[in-house]
Design a protein around this ligand. Structure first.
Ligand code: FES
Ligand SMILES: [Fe+2]
Length: 475
């Protein structure tokens, strides 16, 4: 990447080289250094409720089968046949005990183990010539699960997922742990936008400043109570661990009153109180900040909002998870899921889904407003003039780098991380600083994995000794 040191130094002081939002070289560096190392969301466990359920998801250009095997365990397997490399599973989701490659018919169990090879004896000399034991579809180098959210990393030495998420787990629970049963998710809807992936991630992480301008029409038709400028600035933005987000300041009242103000029925509020820690309850009840949009580095975002779904003043909350799947420097595939507490009443689920579709589904009103800006930004960033421009991403910071407002104290906000009230680009800077950290470090060294190599003395040629020994024990 050209001028990498300058780019990184400028990003660190909040002055953003405009071309990073549309530059093939920057994109290559992201592929090599960031997406090859960070934890990437692929699916939620509730998408695989039964044994044999699977979905096919991508991490950059790598296709993975995410499956629940016959014993209930979750796997993420590289979707490429060990024989000549055909994509083994062509469907997007389904239920199967086995996958058979369409090219020559090798077949694999839903945990990845190879079981069938046509004409095994004639073509390979049977087990003696090619032992199937120990051969399996290549697993994702690392796999981690938090609250049912399944992540993979291309780095075999990735730090544990929970360490990576760090204190952001505290906030993730609001979206994905509202009862002991966890959430169920519907989707994803997918669509492509001609915009760079970082813009959406930054926007959801902390851009409270755009709401009154970009979403004027949504406010004007009276769909929301809160997004008005004067309301939005009373909320805070927080950054903790690998993520951060925005909140709305709610009118005074108890935890129960505040939750019911955004439309939760009493029975759901009771369950949330049981699930969440005292601090998690206090962020809303004592401090009055209601969790809204957020992003987890690098490319997942979460939304929690409460529009009016029918005539009258009643609002109803919805939750959504979305992923900004990079396609190129100027194109992103958006994957968008509806998320709801498994134990929520049916009527709530129905109306909440409607609220989600109305705001952030593929044709959602917010979605339409936002993307037009992002496409335009990406286009402009691709030209030669953009190479001369440093964008000002310093909102909330004075000339000498001191903050415009002091961070909230523990008495004002008991969530982890650093939080500020009002407009600021703290979170966008955090996100880009993480980005800079990754771009500075070289990509992980990848070792050859000799899947499919002939076995010697009955030794497993599979990629991990652990799998090998479990297979031996089973045999
Ligand atoms: S490529 Fe899959 S069986 Fe030949
Ligand atoms: Fe927006």
């Amino acid at each position: 990447m050209r001028d990498a040191d300058d780019v990184i130094a400028n990003v660190r002081r909040g002055m953003l080289p405009a071309h990073i939002y549309n530059d093939a070289e920057v994109f290559e560096a992201e592929k090599e250094r960031l997406f090859s190392r960070a934890w990437m969301f692929v699916a939620h466990e509730s998408e695989l409720p039964q044994v044999g359920d699977y979905v096919v998801r991508r991490v950059m250009e790598n296709s993975f089968i995410v499956s629940r095997d016959q014993s209930g365990e979750i796997h993420a397997m590289f979707n490429m046949c060990l024989h000549r490399g055909m994509q083994v599973c062509r469907a997007e989701q389904g239920n199967a005990s086995h996958f058979r490659c369409p090219y020559h018919g090798w077949s694999y169990k839903n945990d990845g183990r190879i079981v069938g090879m046509p004409f095994h004896k004639e073509a390979y000399g049977g087990e003696e010539g090619f032992a199937r034991k120990g051969q399996r579809l290549l697993p994702a180098p690392s796999l981690g699960i938090y609250n049912g959210l399944i992540f993979v990393s291309m780095d075999p030495d990735a730090e544990p997922l929970e360490d990576f998420l760090g204190d952001f787990k505290f906030y993730l629970d609001y979206y994905t742990k509202q009862s002991a049963s966890g959430v169920e998710i519907r989707g994803p809807q997918r669509w492509r936008v001609k915009a760079n992936w970082k813009i959406g991630a930054e926007n959801f992480a902390g851009d409270m400043y755009h709401t009154p301008q970009t979403h004027t029409s949504v406010v004007e038709i009276g769909l929301f109570r809160e997004p008005k400028a004067e309301k939005r600035k009373d909320g805070n933005t927080y950054w903790a661990g690998k993520g951060g987000g925005t909140t709305y300041k709610l009118p005074p009242g108890t935890f129960e009153e505040k939750m019911s103000y955004v439309g939760y029925p009493d029975e759901m509020i009771e369950r949330m109180k049981e699930q969440w820690s005292q601090e998690q309850v206090d962020v809303i009840g004592r401090d009055g900040f209601m969790i809204s949009a957020a992003s987890v580095f690098p490319n997942i975002s979460l939304v929690h909002n409460w529009p009016k779904v029918a005539e009258g003043d009643d609002v109803l909350p919805f939750i959504s998870i979305r992923q900004w799947q990079p396609i190129s420097a100027d194109e992103t595939e958006v994957l968008s899921w509806f998320v709801v507490d498994k134990e929520a009443p049916e009527e709530f689920k129905k109306l909440s889904y409607k609220a989600y579709l109305m705001c952030f589904g593929s044709s959602g009103m917010f979605e339409q407003d936002d993307v037009e800006n992002w496409v335009s930004l990406t286009n402009t960033a691709g030209g030669s003039m953009a190479r001369r421009l440093l964008l000002n991403g310093r909102m909330g910071m004075l000339h000498d780098d001191s903050p415009v407002v002091q961070p909230l104290t523990e008495d004002e906000f008991c969530g982890p991380g650093v939080a500020h009230v009002g407009y600021g680009e703290y979170n966008q800077r955090h996100l880009l600083n993480e980005w800079a950290d990754y771009l500075e470090k070289p990509a992980p060294v990848t070792e050859n994995i000799h899947v499919g190599a002939p076995n010697v003395d009955g030794e497993c040629s599979s990629e991990t000794a652990a799998q090998c020994s479990s297979e031996k024990a089973e045999a």
